[in-house]
Design a protein around this ligand. Structure first.
Ligand code: GMT
Length: 376
């Protein structure tokens, strides 16, 4: 199939998932066309069957904001026409689903039918999409999509609760490339981070408020009082300077390492003992899945789709949002019991295998075929 993929090219979960999906599909022989404003962050190497088309929304003195959605829809039309796309797959509803609806309508005028598959990822439904500034367009464009998928049962339910959805929603979980995300012990590297055998705790995100990275630091503070430990903060975002200030205030700058955006997250996870994800919203928690795949138990909140990934008492523990004390207690529970740590590690990899690329990617192929069949 010839598939156009539209996504955010950043380190956010939806962009990561869309990029990994495009790579996996290309390896399965499909022709993939990424259509976005920048080369996707996880698309490092050259891959056979993958093409990247940049969207340029030109500035003009009249515009306070360049009309990206218009430029994106125009680019989708152009690529669909000239590359003869079979299907357009848009990730994250805003503004990709409405741009796709516009592109599809323009193509229809030219007697060309290109079905649209929309994947809902999270805050496009749970947060941003609920804003009155976007809601009617999000609802309309979901209903105009030929197939809609969501990344968890919880997100499917939330979509139904919050919007008047007429289209069936199919759940296709996030997946993991187990060749990339598998534990590769690297003692030299571990020693350089934790030279005295300290436990390594880690967290990855885009440091937005909803990720509650301050809770990560507070949990770590409690853990550090009881056991020698280091905290790796991977990623970057709007909260970073406030968080750096918090580390200074509590006097733990030497124990907490801000690593910024990293490409080889799997190397950092491979030297980690625990992963912390105390988010306020999380439709799935791809970062938690990446941790489980590298045999790292997860201490998390119990919101959204997280319980579908992290199993309480098996692969880690779940607590109410903001219950820092309990999350710290659970972290110590695992770290201070080597037998439990080993058991949870084994459970983690078993659970991660249920989200393997081999199991999930064919589900996308099926929905593409279903969308195409609607017009044949
Ligand atoms: O908040 C992020 O991490 C980015 C966000 C996005 O849409 O870019 O990620 C969402 O999509 C991921 C991939 O499907 C999910 O694993 C994340 O749980 C989800 N984030 C939230 O719901 C906050």
């Amino acid at each position: 199939m010839k598939i156009g993929i539209v996504c955010y090219p950043t380190y956010g979960g939806s962009g990561v998932l869309a990029t990994e999906l495009g790579i996996a599909l290309a390896h399965r022989g499909h022709q993939i066309h990424f259509i976005t404003y920048k080369k996707p962050a996880r698309l490092f190497d050259f891959h056979k069957n993958i093409y990247f088309h940049e969207v340029n929304s030109s500035e003009y003195p009249l515009f306070e904001y360049a009309p990206y959605e218009t430029a994106l829809a125009s680019r989708m039309v152009d690529i669909a026409l000239h590359e003869q796309l079979d299907v357009l797959h848009v990730h994250y509803a805003i503004p990709h689903a409405s741009a796709a609806f516009m592109a599809k309508s323009i193509l229809k005028e030219k007697n060309i039918q290109v079905p649209v598959v929309t994947t809902l990822h999270g805050t496009d439904i749970t947060l941003v999409g609920l804003d009155a500034a976007y809601l009617p367009v999000v609802e309309f464009s979901i209903n105009q999509s030929d197939v809609v998928t969501s990344v968890s049962e919880s997100l499917k339910q939330q979509t139904k609760d919050s919007f008047e959805v007429k289209t069936e929603i199919e759940v296709i979980y996030n997946f993991i490339d187990e060749n990339k995300f598998s534990r590769k012990e690297d003692l030299d590297f571990k020693n350089s981070i934790a030279p005295n055998g300290e436990f390594v705790l880690s967290h990855t995100s885009n440091f937005r408020k909803l990720k509650r990275v301050d809770d990560v630091i507070r949990i770590f503070e409690e853990v550090y009082r009881k056991v020698p430990a280091k905290l790796l903060l991977i990623g970057d975002g709007p909260e970073r300077s406030t968080l750096e200030q918090l580390c200074r205030t509590i006097g733990l700058c030497d124990q907490i390492v801000f690593l910024g955006k990293q490409d080889a997250v799997e190397r950092l996870l491979s030297i980690s003992d625990l992963f912390i994800l105390p988010s306020e919203h999380e439709s799935f928690g791809l970062a938690a899945l990446e941790a489980l795949a590298t045999k790292v138990p997860v201490i998390s909140s119990n919101v959204g789709g997280i319980p579908e990934v992290n199993v309480h008492g098996e692969t880690g523990y779940l607590s109410e949002v903001g219950n820092v004390k309990e999350m710290a207690k659970y972290a110590l529970d695992i770290l201070q019991d080597p037998v439990k740590l080993q058991l949870f590690r084994e459970n983690a990899i078993k659970k991660a295998n249920t989200f393997s690329k081999e199991l999930i990617v064919p589900q996308y192929e099926k929905v593409y075929q279903k969308a195409i069949d609607k017009f044949s």
